[in-house]
Design a protein. Structure first.
Lengths: 462, 462
């Protein structure tokens, strides 16, 4: 980075958007040097805390003028390094653009700034009897802008889809500072190219999103959670197509395999429900009334063949007990091995059992412990591999080999590298396994169409 | 068009993809000179009837080499001129690529070629108990490839969304002949740029789609249709948010205003149900069982305040009678005035009544008859304006003025030019009302990223 250009940019930024929004104090900069991705950090040269679209536009224009990389940042909860300020650029934080501009009950839309925390939006919608369905695991701390950037999903995707299915309008800023509006409170739109379609999931490499129109749906008044134990992961997963084909569409179908259950049991040092089962399914069903849910539950009972009892929860305390095992997985993993990595591969639903079997078999030959769980309804498999007491040199050499094996297997079964986390930095070396040379070249040309000087989040994805 | 280049291209095409697939006979070419758009046609120089992705790839490579415009064409049912071979180029027909490659019942996906007729796919899915929801009015004759190109919708969009919500994978060919695959039988995907997002709705200007992965859903076993008459269009439309907020999500909510009902009555020369009402709503509700529907019907009856009786239909004959008025609109319009035009503007749901009122008031001052109907659930308003006995010179002068008025009003209310028909040729002069200069420039750069020599469907959209 050219020092003189940087100094000029700082002066220019202070003058045009205000001294208090431009941060160069090393102590403050440190907080923006990482996201939730393990083992990666880089110090930014400048942080801008934008409070308006004008701030974003002016900041990007100045970055373009002085050729300074601009790294857009929401709440910094990404797990593939998307918000890491590579090349010591400028972090453009939209965290303070966190207004819910409108909940339009009549038309069932929300209009929000990108810094709004996902849960905050969900709560605001619920006050009007409405629901914003996408529910990434980090929903208490992640922001809507980041959800759009990464194409975030969550357990409810099986019934309700992912972030992209709810965005109907955007205001966004190009790297040259131009502000573009598209769509709005409309669910149908065939007017020119669908900018929304390419921007959602583009990981902050094409434009900075400054306003978002989101479709809401009426909140289901009744919700029930079920914990269903099985002898084996295969038996558990075989239930999924059966439910869906019989029009029981749960809002979530989470699975945990035996090793995951065992690990949590070790960690919690307490009895957990069905701690000796070979697999758990955690199913949530929502509907119009308790009666409807009871009917679904009856049908589900008839379809499912398990020797175990099914636990149903509809109070908050019951639900918490029921989800405790699932919610303790990540902590249990960290506790068992401070060094580990996780991937969120996706395969067609029917291929999940054989995919898991292949991964387990392979990792056994390497004597590595793996913890697998995920979203059975949509084939999104979270694979965590623990270093344990393996020698670090051996581990470091092995990791790329294992990743490649996992990704190649996912692709072999008709799937791909990531369902909801994005490529970012951590998977960019593997993108060519899923996207052909021509596809990557096309991606680079699309990048150049939005960002000819490669100012925005350079070095991510490809 | 350079005559020598054309001749060379024809020779090259015949040699590389086969003589029988390359058509230059004027009688045959004539059929490809138009689509369902009134008053526009242009003769192509060549037609290629591709039967495989290889044909498409080779044809595009030859077009690129000889700088010949290639105009992709499905079933030719578009209504905005998207398939018209401007610049006397080569029509690349994928009509014969009409194989349903697979209906995967377990994973609930269809894999199809672009020439498959939408209804054919729906029937094939239904044989497996599955549904492909998007239902453009022309579903008996339009093709899936065209549906993707135009971002087609249909009445069921209110509950089930539009074409874009079902595409999970594509094989497509760039103008240089490169074949790219993306996605597959997976509903979650955050692996690199979402090519699907930008290709759906790009009106054949970016790439030629040769294989499509579509998400299917379990078909609802019970369906009921309702005709609900009201005194006025306002009263009819006010029901819509009430239903949705009370979690009655019909699969369709169609509306017809008084002038539309009157016109059909004149045309059919017979009594039609509630022919004197001020407005009709046609509601379709689907669900798990007749019992469920009856419960919805009870709730709906309690919410709706109309002095008229509600007609319910659940047999085929009853349904046909009930939909007859709605299905006769287009024919009635053509019968009343051979010269007319139609737009499919979209506004936020709550703005439909005031939008219609404004349009009617404006057209009254011009003494023009207008027939308005559409999809009340998603704010998609079909406005048809009849020349009647107006002097043709006056009409021709007036049409652009009226279109501009309609589009500006739609935008004023937070809507846009087209919900499901696309821009094509007929709306391209108005695109700048909805998309800013910067947005159009960005679109042109995206176009260049896919198609640097502007070979594919040039002159459409912008």
């Amino acid at each position: 980075m050219n020092k003189t250009a940087l100094n000029k940019a700082v002066l220019s930024l202070r003058k045009s958007i205000g001294r208090d929004k431009v941060i160069t104090d090393p102590y403050m900069l440190d907080q923006f040097s990482r996201d939730e991705t393990s083992d990666i950090s880089e110090f930014p040269a400048i942080v801008v805390r934008a409070t308006s679209v004008t701030d974003v536009s002016k900041t990007l224009a100045i970055c373009s003028k002085y050729n300074i990389p601009a790294i857009p940042r929401g709440a910094g909860t990404g797990v593939t390094g998307g918000a890491i300020p590579v090349k010591h650029g400028l972090v453009l934080s939209v965290e303070q653009m966190n207004n819910i501009i409108e909940i339009d009950k009549e038309n069932m839309f929300a209009v929000v700034e990108p810094g709004v925390i996902t849960k905050t939006l969900q709560d605001a919608a619920l006050e009007h009897g409405l629901m914003y369905p996408p529910d990434p695991a980090s929903l208490d701390s992640c922001s809507i802008g980041g959800n759009l950037a990464e194409g975030a999903g969550g357990p409810r995707a099986v019934k309700y889809g992912t972030t992209k299915d709810y965005v109907t309008g955007l205001e966004f800023v190009l790297p040259n500072g131009a502000v573009i509006n598209t769509g709005g409170k409309i669910v149908k739109n065939a007017t020119g190219y669908n900018f929304i379609g390419i921007l959602v999931g583009s990981e902050g490499t094409l434009a900075v999103i400054t306003k978002i129109y989101l479709k809401l749906i009426p909140a289901p008044p009744a919700v029930i959670d079920l914990l269903i134990p099985f002898d084996s992961i295969d038996k558990a997963l075989n239930i999924v197509p059966l439910l869906l084909q019989n029009r029981i569409i749960p809002s979530t179908i989470e699975f945990m395999e035996e090793d995951a259950i065992k690990l949590v049991k070790e960690f919690l040092k307490e009895e957990i429900p069905f701690g000796n089962a070979g697999a758990h399914l955690l199913i949530q069903i929502d509907g119009d009334s308790e009666d409807d849910l009871m009917k679904d539950l009856d049908r589900l009972n008839n379809l499912i063949n398990t020797k175990y009892e099914i636990i149903a929860a509809n109070t908050k305390i019951q639900k918490e007990r029921l989800w405790k095992t699932r919610r303790s997985i990540r902590e249990s993993i960290k506790n068992a091995s401070s060094i580990f990595f996780g991937e969120d591969t996706v395969v067609p639903r029917s291929k999940v059992p054989v995919f898991i079997k292949d991964i387990k078999t392979y990792l056994n030959t390497e004597s590595l412990r793996s913890i697998i769980y995920g979203h059975a309804g949509d084939g999104n498999v979270h694979i965590n591999i623990l270093k344990g007491d393996m020698n670090i040199e051996k581990w470091n050499k092995l990791v790329p080999k294992i990743k490649k094996y996992i990704f190649k297997k996912a692709i072999f079964y008709g799937g791909t590298l990531t369902g909801e986390h994005g490529i970012g930095l951590t998977k960019k070396n593997y993108l060519n396994l899923a996207v052909s040379k021509e596809g990557i070249e096309l991606s680079k040309r699309i990048k150049a169409a939005f960002d000819p000087n490669s100012i925005l989040n350079p070095g991510k994805i490809f």
